[in-house]
Write a protein that binds this ligand. Sequence first.
Ligand code: G3P
Length: 226
Amino acid sequence: MRTPVILVNFKAYPEALGSKAVALARTCAEVAEETGRSLAVAPSALDLALVAKSVRIPVFAQHLDPAEAGKATGWVPPEAALAAGAVGTLLNHSERKVAWEEMRDLIGRCRQLGLEVVACADDVAEAETCATLGPDYLAIEPPELIGGDVSVTTAKPEVIAKAVARIRATNPKVQVLCGAGVKTGKDVAKALELGAVGVLLASGVVKAKDPGKALRNLAKGLARAR
Ligand code: G3P
């Protein structure tokens, strides 16, 4: 995934399910094409294959299971995401936590398959411990700000700055994203100023009256920080 980046998590919002997921992903791809900026999407598991077929921007799974490919009814192992066209996955999102051992094993398996991992952490301490596992990215998202109207870059800039410093000290290969309440280009520029290489967001785009307009505004933040 090219950085700096805006990664849009579709969660299971009704506004981004089924054909709406494809439409929203296409809007993200149009804005990426138009602005030359890096945008990526994380649709629901059931929409991933169709979205990956419909756009040329990176498509991530929202979660993966530590099950072996094979006799695993109802599980979504890394091999299934790869076969569906994903380039990576979110892992340990505050809305879908995984056990430490599962995260460790999944990061190893994803690396072998060439899938990028964006591990999520609620706070600096969790970010620091997750960094020891060597995911490609660590997204710091204070749960209390998720879905809210105040961006983490405004409400808790010190948390991002501290996470960046601790992650770099623990594993300099791990790149930092931040999320929770991110809605504008200003929020994006501030995130990059604090040392992140991009943002992870959902409601600011998925629930926007005009997602294209919201994305263009957010993408300006990537430009402004350079
Ligand atoms: O994964 C992104 C997410 O948890 C942030 O959500 O709605 O605050 O942008 P939101």
